[in-house]
Write a protein that binds this ligand. Structure first.
Ligand code: BGC
Length: 765
């Protein structure tokens, strides 16, 4: 591709917006009810509350129904007015039962019911990382709207999602819950999900409050080890990790969850700078802050406070409004009445927190409608339209990484037999992925089931799990489904025979769902158990092999290169149906990697937006033993067609701080079928008061094009998108500088142009 800068030659109408700006433009008001009306109602109620009732309102209890004593304990707290919120209840009947208890308390204030609706409730959507891989914020918004509708139907008002933590180290298990490594993609996905959950305003019918989490920096835990401390430079914090949170707050998120870990030495849930200076004062956040589970109690664990009362005081004064108690009853906010009586906590501080929680209840209409109709809830959960959304979201999330000799799509007409192999090929629990609690496994379409249904009786479909899925060495905090267990050596031999007798082998390999998610970090990217051996044995047959990777990590196939390789993440309830549609060519894959895929784990963390340094001629030779370039770059993904991106045009050679640069390219589908391409725009500030990354994604658009068709794809790049936090002067700057712009279909895009920004001239100290 050649560089072509055609200044002022744009005749087309630019309708493009950057993804973030586009989503933000659609952002609705924070709420439908006026602040004054809500406040008046809440003040009247607060005037009647005792200190104990106030502390109760801002205390949230776990209801672990698997442990009857725990359910009893939570019920007792609610009945005594010592709980304003509960989490984990998931049926309309149970939620109504708890609401009845709350209604019988002295003031009869109903509960705000929370739940981890991370990627679907009853109908399971692809995991959030997969939705990010669609590079289609609209699909994430639609998926979360369905999740909200199901959750609200059973009486849930609030989800602890989206997770907007930036994940740059896939050893960290929670990478699966986020949008990957990039703050622009992450912000677009954050906004889309907030809008999907909340709808046009807080309290909209069929919607729930969104709670972006975990504020802030959790994705950078040291060594990728979940819960461990985070040591982030201010530059990384402002320019990378805080960005999606800011976008989510600007989109009107009603809640924020404060993180577990220490951020640069100060625990996030007792961090006044983070929760008050940044979130409230600088960003103007109007919702309420909840701690992560027991994170207020943990201020003492961190050695940040001496005891429970001090932890309560510090959390509240730092800016926490509600304590999510530590599972199995370790709460600290119960100390607040005494702290207020002793004058150690100003009552006004307690009142601020209570007011924010009650305001959320008023806005959500909890007082008007504390109970839900159970029959109606059942109908909503059974809505077939939800399954369609799940299937489409999955289809759009797959990333095709290899497709030698156009093995895919499989030619349905000439296909006689398929061997479906692998421990994840027919596992419903793994297909839906982690953080799912209210699904019906019998409804989940596995890859095996999806292929069988699609291929019909004329094609012979054989199945072998191939090998066992090993157990975790350390126990998960979630229930561990029984893994597939077989006699590995015998089963490998059987799978090989099966492959030999089939036209094609489809291997579904990867990690079980409990190997990703919370408390699921990993020090290896190898295929667990003997899957590598299985893959090698099947490939040795010489038969065409398609590998589908079910994981949220860039797994290391150790140089084995199957003819076709596609990342299918954890694709959800309709995962198998979506896989079948893509493998058989009904839909062309169009997803792109939301992270850089390293060659091996020794390169981690590896991300494209790094800084430039010494010895640039040997940028990929930082290790003496192998290249340090990625195996697949950020933003990479193939399709069944091919595309050309040309004719880069910029609207002007230079722009002022108040102006918007218009950038356009011509996208042409040069292949023989309709398919999608994601056009990605990166910029580089060539010099600044602080060193800038080699390139940063600023905008993208997923476009669907017919074979042979050409479309102009336009982006608006407001100068404000070029501002960044400069470590040299310790504030956001928009500086006079030269910029390169690159447009293409992954982070190595070569089509380039240039422009100048007339911003401020920064004098370094
Ligand atoms: C997780 C949160 C989650 C909460 C409630 C915590 O352990 O870190 O992300 O929302 O549990 O389930």
């Amino acid at each position: 591709m050649h560089a072509s800068l055609k200044i002022n030659k744009l005749r087309r109408l630019f309708v493009g917006l950057t993804a973030v700006a586009a989503a933000a433009a659609a952002t609705s008001s924070f709420a439908q009810l006026s602040d004054d009306a809500v406040r008046a109602r809440v003040d009247a109620l607060m005037a009647r509350m005792t200190l104990e009732e106030k502390a109760g309102q801002i205390t949230q209890h776990f209801v672990f129904q698997e442990v009857p004593k725990e359910e009893e304990r939570a019920a007792k707290e609610v009945a005594a007015g010592r709980g304003g919120s509960v989490l984990l209840l998931k049926t309309a009947a149970d939620i109504n039962r708890f609401q009845q208890m709350a209604l019988k308390t002295r003031l009869g204030i109903p509960l705000l019911v929370g739940f981890d609706v991370i990627h679907g409730f009853h109908t399971v959507m692809p995991v959030p990382l997969a939705m990010a891989a669609s590079w289609d914020p609209a699909v994430a918004q639609e998926a979360q709207a369905v999740a909200a509708r199901e959750a609200r139907a059973v009486g849930i008002h609030w989800t602890f999602a989206p997770n907007v933590d930036i994940g740059r180290d896939a050893r960290w298990g929670r990478t699966v819950e986020g949008a990957g490594e990039d703050p622009t993609l992450g912000s677009a996905m954050a906004v889309a999900q907030v809008q999907g959950f909340q709808g046009p305003y807080i309290g909209a019918p069929g919607r729930v409050i969104a709670g972006p989490k975990h504020f802030a920096g959790y994705g950078a835990s040291i060594g990728g080890r979940d819960y461990d401390e985070v040591d982030l430079s201010d530059s990384q914090l402002w320019n990378v990790h805080l960005k999606p949170f800011k976008a989510a707050v600007d989109a009107g998120a009603g809640n924020i969850m404060s993180a577990y870990m220490g951020l640069n030495g100060v625990p996030a849930s007792g961090n006044h700078w983070l929760l008050t200076e940044v979130l409230r004062k600088s960003w103007g956040f109007k919702g309420f802050v909840v701690t992560d589970a027991g994170a207020a109690f943990d201020l003492t664990t961190h050695g940040y406070t001496r005891d429970k009362p001090e932890a309560a005081r510090q959390a509240l004064l730092a800016g926490v409004d509600m304590e999510m108690t530590k599972p199995f009853d370790s709460q600290v906010f119960a100390n607040l009445p005494e702290l207020v009586s002793k004058g150690e906590v100003p009552v006004a501080k307690l009142d601020d927190a209570v007011r924010r929680v009650l305001e959320a209840k008023v806005r959500m209409g909890v007082f008007e409608k504390p109970l839900v109709d159970e029959a109606e809830a059942a109908k909503v959960l059974a809505d077939p339209a939800h399954r369609d959304v799940a299937r489409r979201a999955a289809e759009r999330s797959f990333v095709l990484l290899r497709n030698e000799k156009q093995l895919l799509p499989l030619k349905g007409s000439s296909l006689k037999s398929v061997a479906v192999i692998g421990p994840l090929a027919d596992s419903a629990v793994d297909t839906v992925g982690p953080w799912i609690f209210a699904q019906n496994d019998a409804e989940t379409v596995t890859v095996l089931a999806g292929l069988k249904a699609k291929l019909g009786a004329k094609v012979k479909v054989d199945y072998s799990p191939g090998v066992s899925m090993p157990k975790r060495a350390n126990k998960s905090i979630f229930p561990e489904p029984k893994p597939v267990t077989v006699d590995d050596s015998k089963e490998i031999a059987r799978a090989v025979q099966m492959a030999k007798q089939s036209d094609v082998a489809v291997l579904v390999l990867g990690e079980a769902q409990i190997m990703s998610g919370e408390n699921a970090s990993r020090s290896s990217f190898d295929l667990p158990g003997r899957q590598q051996e299985l893959l090698a044995a099947v490939m040795a047959t010489g038969k065409p092999v398609v590998v589908l990777l079910m994981s949220a990590r860039p797994l290391d196939l150790k140089g084995l290169a199957p003819q076709a390789l596609m990342q299918i993440w954890y694709p959800g309830t309709q995962g198998g149906a979506a896989v079948a549609n893509v493998l058989l060519g009904e839909v062309s894959p169009g997803g792109k990697l939301p992270f850089t895929w390293p060659r091996n784990i020794g390169q981690v963390p590896l991300h494209y937006a790094h800084l430039q340094s010494h010895f640039t001629h040997a940028m990929t030779e930082r290790y003496w033993n192998e290249p340090n370039s990625p195996l697949y770059p950020f933003g990479f993904g193939l399709s069944y067609s091919s595309f050309e991106i040309q004719d880069l045009m910029l609207s002007q050679p230079s722009l002022k701080a108040s102006e918007t640069l218009k950038v356009s390219v011509k996208l042409r589908n040069t292949g023989a079928r309709k398919a999608d391409e994601v056009v990605q725009l990166y910029v580089r500030q060539k010099a600044g008061s602080s060193a800038r990354p080699v390139r940063e994604l600023k905008a993208f658009r997923r476009v669907s094009l017919d074979a042979g068709a050409t479309q102009t794809v336009s982006f608006d790049l407001p100068a404000s998108e070029l501002q960044y936090w400069s470590a040299a002067v310790r504030r956001f700057v928009l500086e006079t500088a030269d910029f390169d712009v690159f447009v293409g279909n992954d982070a190595t895009a070569k089509l380039a142009g240039k422009f100048q920004l007339e911003g401020e001239a920064i004098a370094r100290p």
